[in-house]
Ligand binder design. Structure first.
Ligand code: NDP
Length: 416
């Protein structure tokens, strides 16, 4: 018997809800809550009658501390699953601490308003000290470690595919003493639109228009956006251009697997996507700073989000596959070893199963599994942790069982 409060009803939350409902033995009751209750009700309507999981819905603004605490106290969940946006991470962690409930999310904290002077002062200090300039970093959430420990509660951060599964892959490979890690995220899907993002456009465009960085010999190396490009022949997809990005899991892997000499993250992008993005950036559409327009304050990137296709609507039209995984290199017993752990996911197969494309699916399934690890006590220690800090075996087993089977290659093509 366990009860989860799921905050968010977007593309990823849709998959989480479907997968929790397939796993009713663990998720006996769920409550779906967001600011727009009608989207929560629509998700409930899709599943009701097809699952043993008891579904309720609620309206809540997660930034409203009292309202969120009131909902948590009323529903009394064993776990709060934050499948809303990174902007809400700290607010939801605060409410979990106050109400004494475990927490998990799929992306680490970044502020909505990057012009906030108080946040900016801390951010600029961190840029200088650490040497990478992404808006997101783990420090904000790691600062809650003692509080969660004292409260005897667990917080699991970033339980999607990347971050999430990529870190479980690293923990799994760690046994084999590897020295370098390359995370490769390839979306070979085609949705037929000239330009659209596969998950929340604001978060996605912020991430890919930022400088890239990687971890090497104990420090960050930052490079201009999209400055390092490689071609890679992905299994079941073929040759794709991929670019080195900064990505959140590099930060926690560098901390928790210090023996890794180099950690890089690459994501594939087509030329058309990059040309659209550059143009939007050049005209100021990716800006997060509000401007005055005909008497209204508008934030350009939020306006752009309103124009772009809703990622949750891409499911029926996206064809092709994703291939996401990690390549490890190292020496064991004096011999050079190479190891590639990856998952291939088919957009249309995901759509047939849960009504979503593979990007939401590859995030939502690990989020359900992370929730299951906490609810069944397999991953359970007071404090704030990322996925590589737990035993990878039960998670790896669950990936095979719940729709994201992994494959191994002991002689992969390496990335130079
Ligand atoms: P969507 O924009 O589709 O959905 C976000 C949901 O959050 C909406 O239902 C929205 O509803 C709700 N929400 C936003 N603000 C609030 C608030 N203040 N209170 C309550 N609910 C709120 O996003 P996605 O589903 O595409 O992405 C969800 C998360 O998954 C993001 O954090 C994203 O970064 C992460 N992600 C992680 C990946 C990984 O591999 N780890 C990969 C892809 C995404 P409403 O506005 O009505 O409140």
């Amino acid at each position: 018997m366990s009860r989860a409060l799921i905050i968010g009803a977007g593309g990823v939350a849709g998959v989480v809800v479907h997968k929790c409902c397939q796993n009713s033995e663990v998720f006996t009751e769920i409550c779906i809550a967001s600011r727009t209750k009608s989207r929560c009700d629509a998700l409930k309507a899709q599943l009701e009658g097809k699952t043993k999981t008891v579904i309720t819905t609620a309206q809540v603004d997660a930034m409203d501390h009292d309202a969120l605490c009131a909902l948590i106290r009323e529903y009394n969940p064993d776990l709060v699953m934050n499948i809303a946006l990174p902007y809400q991470d700290l607010a939801i962690m605060d409410a979990c601490l106050e109400c004494g409930v475990n927490y998990m999310d799929t992306a680490n904290y970044e502020p909505e308003d990057t012009d906030d002077p108080e946040w900016r002062a801390i951010y600029e200090k961190r840029c200088k000290e650490e040497g990478f300039s992404a808006y997101f970093d783990y420090s904000w959430q790691w600062a809650y470690t003692e509080k969660f420990k004292e409260a005897g509660l667990t917080a699991l951060l970033g339980s999607g595919f990347d971050p999430g599964v990529t870190q479980v892959f690293c923990a799994y490979a760690k046994k084999h003493q590897f020295d370098t890690i390359d995370i490769l995220d390839c979306n070979g899907g085609d949705h037929g639109y000239p330009f659209a993002t596969n998950f929340n456009p604001e978060i996605n465009l912020r991430e890919v228009s930022a400088p890239g960085s990687y971890w090497e010999n104990g420090h960050w190396v930052e490079i201009p956006p999209m400055a390092i490009k490689r071609e890679y022949d992905f299994k079941e997809i073929g040759m794709k251009d991929m670019y080195l990005l900064h990505h959140e899991e590099i930060e926690s892997i560098a901390k928790n697997i210090p023996e890794a000499q180099r950690i890089r993250f690459f994501m594939t992008f087509g030329q058309s996507y990059l040309t659209h993005m550059k143009c939007l950036e050049n005209v100021g559409m990716l800006s997060t700073t509000p401007i005055e327009f005909e008497g209204h304050q508008i934030v350009p990137i939020q306006f752009l989000k309103a124009l772009l296709p809703d990622p949750a609507s891409l499911g029926p039209r996206t064809v092709g596959k994703t291939n996401i995984g990690c390549i490890f290199t190292g020496k064991k017993d004096g011999k050079e070893k190479h190891y590639y752990l990856y998952n291939i996911c088919d957009h249309q197969a995901c759509y047939r199963e849960v009504g979503s494309q593979a990007i939401s699916y590859t995030t939502g399934v690990p989020a359900m599994i992370g929730g299951m690890m906490l609810l069944t006590g397999k991953w359970n220690k007071p404090g704030v942790y990322t996925a590589e800090e737990f035993d990878p075996d039960p998670f790896m087993e669950a990936l095979n069982q719940w729709g994201l089977p992994w494959q191994e290659d002991f002689d992969p093509i390496l990335v130079d």
